[in-house]
Design a binder for this molecule. Structure first.
Ligand code: FE2
Ligand code: FE2
Length: 131
């Protein structure tokens, strides 16, 4: 069973690019979680981790560009949320590749919990502004 499943009811922003990118983000998170749960080797897990984080960074930048383009008032607080997750991810990524930390199921669950809260609050908030 996937860790996280995209549904219109729970995650639909009514913004086409955001919904498509969220679906891809969920796919990459589920891949990483499955690798970890299935006992994949370290190189495989590392590749999945890097792919997920790279996609997260690109997705956040895309949202921020769109908010900026319309002068969205909530940009600064939204960006602060993004920056906090990216900082957490970058730290883990560095430690993983230095052999100082592993990716565990809890890491996947942490990202899932973050998305469960962030999308319906912060992402839904830009819906009418950039939709
Ligand atoms: Fe988003
Ligand atoms: Fe966001």
């Amino acid at each position: 069973m996937p860790l996280i499943t995209w549904t219109e009811e729970q995650f639909g922003t009514k913004v086409g690019f955001a919904d498509e990118e969220h679906k891809e983000l969920f796919r990459l998170l589920n891949k990483l979680y499955d690798d970890v749960a299935g006992g994949a080797d370290r190189d495989t897990i590392g590749a999945s981790l890097d792919a997920l984080i790279a996609y997260v960074v690109d997705h956040f930048a895309h949202e921020e560009r769109e908010m900026e383009a319309v002068g969205f008032a909530g940009l600064a607080s939204h960006k602060a949320e993004h920056d906090a997750l990216v900082a957490t991810c970058a730290d883990l990524q560095k430690k993983f590749h230095a052999g100082e930390a592993d990716v565990t199921a809890e890491v996947g669950e942490m990202v899932k919990d973050w998305l469960d809260k962030h999308i319906p609050t912060f992402d839904f908030a830009y819906s009418s502004a950039i939709g």
